[in-house]
Design a protein around this ligand. Sequence first.
Ligand SMILES: [Zn+2]
Length: 303
Amino acid sequence: MKASKKNIVKRIGLLLCLLLLNPIGGITNVQADQSVLFAPPAPSTPSAPLSQDGRTQDPVSKKDSERRLAIIIDDLGNSMGGTEEILNLPVKVTVAVMPFMRSTEQDARRAHELGHDVLIHMPMEPKQGKPEWLGPGAILSAMTDEEVRKKVEEAIDNVPFAKGINNHMGSKITGDDRIMAVILQVCRERGLFFVDSKTNYWSVTSQISEKMGMPRLSNDIFLDDVHNTRHIAGQLRKIQDLLDQKGKCVAIGHVGVKGTITAATLKQYIPEFQARGVKFIGISELAKEQKGPGAPGRGVTSP
Ligand SMILES: [Zn+2]
């Protein structure tokens, strides 16, 4: 069981690498599937109980109002396919922008201007895969604490408007206590949070974040680990189930060679989510509500 989970995680990591390294997407004729993703919401029943002030107490409505979906789109910064379509989605999303790339500054600035959240998509060494898949400025397991700190600080300085960091690849690094402690310390000093993309099932990021009094944020589900409309629609259905269970969900998709498919499928199904009362939020909203009373803010170094 453990081995198969690990294999799945490795496969996801590999797919992400391939997506990033492929040339800019040329898929333009995405024929969106017109099928309805969810059954229509049940009409409110006239027999719903009334509270003392006369308003209906419909538990379904209350649950709907608590459904919040944070969609993160990874791998921006390199003029990848689907970037424009993602930025122009009619709802708030979070974009994770790779540092030191040709459109890093532009993508981060435009996303911010359009009201989206921005993350630094920090390249980190995976357990498997070639170093050249990582992109510039990557964190490697052989680095000293000081070298890791310098890489994180340089990346933060390179991506404007970022509210947090998530990992590009990184299955090896997110399982490394020493390195994750350095990365999270720099995040804390700079008032940023860290979102674990969950490329490693055995990631230590959540435990270290908790110890340091920082928000624990991680990916619940990949949207496009298989990159076609049918699979993405299936993942959106699973997201609806997760929202029913937990009230909130973090999902990660990608720009890249097939990025236009992710964007088009999201655009197609957004109205159905909205009709069911799902609110699209930036990941920073989930980070903020986890901040305890004693948690440090921007620029504050804890003892
Ligand atoms: Zn990535």
